[in-house]
Structures are given as structure tokens and as C-alpha cells.
Ligand binder design. Structure first.
Ligand code: ADP
Length: 499
């Protein structure tokens, strides 16, 4: 640890953008730097990120937050890293150059490959070994696609020098001066290549997807030292003490370390994750079994409902349709109309995740009549976020104990209209904390605890404050009625593309 450490830095390398945040001895957020990331859509259903941009932004945000707070790297006790999951890339370890842009978790280009594997009867075995539903969402088919693409178009690549990784691995490799090629169990559990019981790369699956084992990073516990930042980067070697997938980090920040505790993060997608401790729970309702986090001698599992497109459709309203100027506009616009005026939106812009797992579903507006205004369309999009979460809460309720409170976080949870509508449609209270960046908070808490900057997880969790509890209100009846209509709209949007 640094001689007089004052802060822990969290790096949250998300889908929408990259954040560096400083947390002080009280576990409070001191300041942050943030930059939005360019999204590349080369074809319908495809989404890529430039790994060079991701690394450049990470470096810049670290520098910016240090400058803003007049801090030097020597005042940092540790760094914690949390990232968008499943997104993956290949790079040359001698040049540091990516062989292709990273394929993002929302990307659907490998749906045909998944369909072929399903036809070959592989889905059940894959689910048994990985805890995951066979879907283009996960890294395995994306890596297989990348290898094929590079083989076909870059004949001179020296494959001995190629390594692979998810975003955590790429950033860790860069932070450590290209020394450490490692991931953690929570990220590895999302690749569809890790055996969830043994917690090692599954050799049969690597073979099935044509991925040479030497491409893969070593898997380490989520909490513990991964390496130190290279001295040339920030003038000081800061230990990197925690790595989590973003959803697992948020679960950690909410204090969900016991069976039955759960949270829902409203970011690019929505992710409802329930802690199951040492028990590897298998869902009967299309939820995923995943690793929550690991320490040197313990493992915590979780059950997860992943909804791909929630905040992302708000971004689409802004950048694709130009119906809003900023994400925040959706709140006053939704409130300005009495209801959705019969309009329903199915947010299947990247297919549908839990509980449908339909890679061929596509987005649609339904129920449009002549009186429909921009505000109704916007409201229909916001409502669709809450409806998706309702479906997943229903699935969780079928799998286990009934959920009676929803703890939330993430960028879109600052929308009061959405949170009230969520409470109404669920019929249970929705609890929003003061700090909505639970993802970053989780990475900081993990790193600070692992390095001994803080000594009590319970104290850190105890200090978190609730901002507001949204109780189900007068809108309940109507919201729940409209949910039933929305389910019909979903049926019509399913199986839209054929491949
Ligand atoms: P991620 O970690 O997935 O990058 P964030 O937690 O940073 O996501 O949240 C960003 C997402 O939240 C964006 O998709 C954005 O459209 C959405 N968002 C931000 N503010 C609002 C708002 N007031 N209402 C609805 N959605 C919002």
C-alpha cells in the first residue's frame, strides 16, 4: 500500500462510457471523470467498440480525476476495475494492436452460429457446463467469429502472438505495462467457456468453439492482487486489487452477500441479480447461473436475469431518432401525458434476453393511431423498461422466494417517472440509493477491502444512504393492465428475422 494512502480509485469501463472515481476513507465518492464511448454499428444487429478508444479513455479519465482532485497516484491505496461483460477482442501481445474491433455483448452477428449449435443438440450441455443459455450474448461465439474473420482476411498474422480477453483483461494488460494476462471468475463466467462448477476453462468448449487454449487469460479470484500499474503510466505503482463484471460489482456494492438479497441495475441493459452464496442454483425459468465473486478460498454464485436493451433505447431516442435532446428529457416528457395513448414499444433492438432468449426478435412500436404524439412514443419506450423488469421479477419469483423489495441503481434509475412506474407495475417498493454508481462503488469497496484500506464490509454497506423509496401508488391498476397488453406486443415482435 502507499505510505499515506487517502483514496481508492474505481475504474468503471462500461458500455456507454468510461469512469474513474475516487473514494475516501469513509467510503464516500470524492470526485469523478467520465467520457462517453463511441458506438460503432457496422450492420443491423452488430455493435463494436474500438479497444484503443477504451484504453485511451481509461488512461485519460484516471489522469483527469487525479488532476481535478489535486491528487497523485502515490496517494492511491489501490485500484478496482469493473467492466462491461462478455465484450471481447483478440490482440497481438508483441505489438499491442487489436486484430479487430471488440464485439460488444449486444451484438447479434453470431446468432446463426448459435442456432446451428442448438440444432446439433449442444444447448443443454453448454448450459450444464457454463450455467448460461446458449445465446450470441456471450463471448464464446464472438471469439470464434473473430478468429475466423482474422484467418480469412489477415493471412500474415502470427497466431503464436495472439491473445484474447474480455475488456477487464485488455485494460489490466495495459495498466500493468502489457505484463499481466488475467481475468477474474465473475467475468470468466460470462464467456460461455468457463466450467461453472470447476471454475476453469472448459477444454471441450474451447475445442467446440475452435479457441486455442493459449489465447485465454489465467483466471484469478475477483478480490486479490492482479498486478500493479506500470510506473511509466502514472508515476507510481498502484496495486489493482479487485476485478468484477459490472453487474457483480453492483451486487457487491448493495451489500447483497447473503442468499435472497438482490438488486437491479438500470444501465445500457437491465440486470436483476440475486445472491445464492455457495449454492450453484439452476433456474427453471430461463435465468442464468453465474459467479458473483470469488476470494482466495470462497466462491459466491448468483442467479441473473439479463435484459439487453433498456437505457440503450433511451440513447436510441436521442441519437437514432432525435426525439429527445438528452436522456433526462424522457422524464418530463413521460409525465406530460396522461398515459401511453395505446402505444407499446418492444425494446428488442438486440433481440430479447431473459426470459425469452429470442435472438431473432426485433424492436417495434405497436398500437399507433393518429392522435399519438412524440411524448407518447417516448413514454412507451420508458414504460417498456419497467415491463421487462416485471417479466424477470416474475421469473425470479417462480424460481425462489417472492421478491418484496427491489433495490436499484444505474444511470436510468435517476428517472423518477420510471422508478414510480416500476413500483406500480411490480406492486412492490423500489429503493434507490443516493449513489447510483453502484458498479464503481463495488469495484472500489472490493479493492479497498482487499488491500486493507477498509476493514469492514458491513461498515461500508451500513454507511450507504437511501435516496428514496418509491411505493406502489394509484397508477398500479392501470400499469398492471398495460403490462398484459405489452406481453401481446412482445409475442408479435418475436422471431422477426430468420437465419
Ligand atoms: P452502463 O454502465 O451500461 O454504461 P450507466 O449506468 O452509465 O450505463 O447508465 C447509462 C444509461 O442510462 C444510458 O443508456 C442512458 O440512456 C440511460 N439514462 C441516463 N439518464 C437517464 C434518465 N434520466 N432516464 C432514462 N435513462 C437514462
Amino acid at each position: 500500500m502507499a505510505s499515506n494512502p487517502q483514496y481508492v480509485m474505481a475504474l468503471d469501463v462500461g458500455t456507454t462510457g468510461t469512469r474513474a472515481i475516487l473514494f475516501d476513507q469513509n467510503g464516500a465518492m470524492v470526485d469523478q471523470a467520465y467520457k462517453e464511448l463511441t458506438q460503432h454499428y457496422p450492420k443491423p444487429g452488430w455493435l463494436e467498440h474500438d479497444p484503443i478508444d477504451i484504453w485511451r479513455d481509461t488512461r485519460e479519465m484516471i489522469g483527469d480525476v487525479l488532476v481535478k482532485t489535486d491528487t497523485t497516484a502515490s496517494q492511491l491505496a489501490a485500484m478496482g476495475l469493473t467492466v462491461q461483460r462478455e465484450t471481447c477482442l483478440l490482440w497481438d501481445k508483441t505489438t499491442g494492436k487489436p486484430l479487430h474491433k471488440a464485439i460488444v455483448w449486444q451484438d447479434r452477428r453470431t446468432s446463426p452460429m448459435c442456432n446451428r449449435l442448438r440444432e446439433q443438440g449442444k444447448a443443454e450441455e453448454i448450459q450444464k457446463r457454463t450455467g448460461l443459455v446458449l445465446d450470441a450474448y456471450f463471448s464464446a461465439t464472438k471469439l470464434a467469429w473473430l478468429i475466423e474473420e482474422v484467418k480469412n482476411n489477415q493471412p500474415h498474422v502470427n497466431w503464436d502472438n495472439v491473445i484474447a480477453g474480455t475488456v477487464d483483461t485488455w485494460i489490466l494488460w495495459q495498466l500493468t505495462g502489457r505484463q499481466v494476462h488475467v481475468t477474474d471468475h465473475s467475468n470468466a463466467s460470462r464467456t460461455m467457456l468457463m466450467n461453472i462448477e470447476q471454475r476453469t476453462w472448459d477444454q471441450d468448449l474451447l475445442e467446440l468453439f475452435g479457441i486455442p487454449p493459449h489465447f485465454m487469460p489465467e483466471i484469478q479470484p475477483s478480490l486479490g492482487e492482479f498486478g500493479k500499474t506500470h510506473p511509466d503510466l502514472f508515476g507510481h505503482q498502484v496495486p489493482i486489487m479487485a476485478i468484477f463484471g459490472d453487474q457483480q460489482a453492483a451486487l457487491f456494492a448493495h451489500g447483497c452477500d447473503r442468499q435472497g438479497l438482490l438488486k437491479c441495475t438500470y444501465g445500457t441493459g437491465c440486470f436483476l441479480v440475486a445472491q445464492t452464496e455457495q449454492e450453484l442454483t439452476r433456474s427453471q425459468n430461463q435465468l442464468l447461473s453465474t459467479v458473483a465473486w470469488t476470494k482466495a478460498d470462497t466462491i459466491n454464485y448468483a442467479l441473473e436475469g439479463a435484459m439487453f436493451t433498456t437505457g440503450a433505447c433511451i440513447q436510441w431516442l436521442r441519437d437514432g431518432l432525435g426525439l429527445i435532446q438528452s436522456a433526462a428529457d424522457t422524464e418530463p416528457m413521460s409525465k406530460s401525458v396522461e398515459d401511453n395513448n395505446g402505444v407499446y414499444f418492444v425494446p428488442a433492438l438486440s433481440g430479447l434476453g431473459a426470459p425469452h432468449w429470442d435472438m431473432n426478435a426485433r424492436g417495434s412500436f405497436q398500437g399507433i393511431t393518429g392522435g399519438v404524439k412524440r411524448e407518447h412514443m417516448v413514454r412507451a419506450v420508458v414504460e417498456s423498461i419497467a415491463y421487462q423488469v416485471k417479466e424477470v421479477v416474475d421469473a425470479m419469483n417462480k424460481d425462489g422466494d417472492k421478491i418484496n423489495l427491489l433495490k436499484v441503481d444505474g444511470g436510468a434509475s435517476k428517472n423518477d417517472f420510471l422508478m414510480q412506474f416500476q413500483a406500480d407495475v411490480l406492486g412492490i417498493p423500489v429503493e434507490r440509493p443516493e449513489v447510483l454508481d453502484a458498479t464503481a462503488q463495488g469495484a472500489a469497496f472490493g479493492a479497498g477491502l482487499a488491500v486493507g484500506f477498509w476493514d469492514s464490509y458491513a461498515d461500508l454497506i451500513g454507511k450507504r444512504k437511501v435516496d428514496r423509496v418509491f411505493e406502489p401508488g394509484q397508477g398500479q391498476g392501470k400499469a398492471q393492465e398495460h403490462f398484459q397488453v405489452w406481453l401481446r406486443a412482445v409475442e408479435r415482435a418475436k422471431h422477426w428475422t430468420e437465419d
